[in-house]
Design a protein around this ligand. Sequence first.
Ligand SMILES: NC(=O)c1ccc[n+]([C@@H]2O[C@H](COP(=O)([O-])OP(=O)(O)OC[C@H]3O[C@@H](n4cnc5c(N)ncnc54)[C@H](OP(=O)(O)O)[C@@H]3O)[C@@H](O)[C@H]2O)c1
Length: 256
Amino acid sequence: MKLGFIGTGALASAIVTGLKSAPGDHTPVLLSPRNEEIAAGLAARYPDVRVAPDNQTVLDNCDTVMLAVRPQIAHDVLAQLRFRRDHHVVSLIATLSREEVAALIAPVERVTKALPMPMVASRQGATIICPPDPAIAALFGKLGKVIEVEDAAEFDALSVATATFATYFKYLDTLHAWLKNHGVADAKARDYVAALFKALGSAPETMPDAGFTLLAEDYATRGGINEQVLRELTARGLFDAFAESLDGVHRRILGR
Ligand SMILES: NC(=O)c1ccc[n+]([C@@H]2O[C@H](COP(=O)([O-])OP(=O)(O)OC[C@H]3O[C@@H](n4cnc5c(N)ncnc54)[C@H](OP(=O)(O)O)[C@@H]3O)[C@@H](O)[C@H]2O)c1
């Protein structure tokens, strides 16, 4: 595989960083020259990574091309390029459907939509790809977990989950602030919260057959303090409000 990027920003940088830290990876990578600083930095760090003089040179020298420009400029950028039928194009442009991208890059036949997250830089997290594709699954498999889906509706629903990261950190921040307000030193409170939630985060993997409800019940001993917080927050509608927010994000994604 000769891998090219059209658009070298935050996400392209995360993918290249993750890929190049994967054991034994020698995939040649050709970057488009913008952003100049990010592209030059990656090329300086990794011997298999080079910067092309322009976007067309990326296409002319690669078989697999990731589209990693912002949606606002995608139409203009792609309209200026000559794609080959045998290019395999992976669109990372979150707000454009696979069909919209395919129309912009004719005559390309293999178009995959992918949704990696910035944590692929440290080879963690998961990437959604649609439709399933062995080569692209293998590529993103070097960067964490891969979830392959057949249809766009499933892809869109899964992508709603990526809207919840800031809320997760706000949850931890609320806990951290409470501990500090009750006399715990800042660093100790942070270490404690981080270590606990790291362990909780790995619980679904260590108990692969347990659903999330079962994991919650495992901690919510009847009459215990976990049950108290869960019961009180449930009664105040916190989780219903959360589900409503997910509906709102979903509507926004579908209505784009
Ligand atoms: N970041 C995320 O967490 C994330 C997650 C999922 C999907 N995505 C998708 O990934 C895509 C890229 O996001 P990003 O966060 O990486 O954005 P970004 O950091 O803004 O990167 C986009 C890059 O495109 C470059 N660019 C501008 N004009 C160009 C042109 N004519 N030809 C080639 N490159 C050009 C920009 O360079 P300059 O800086 O020189 O303008 C910039 O470096 C978006 O479509 C987004 O929907 C992002």
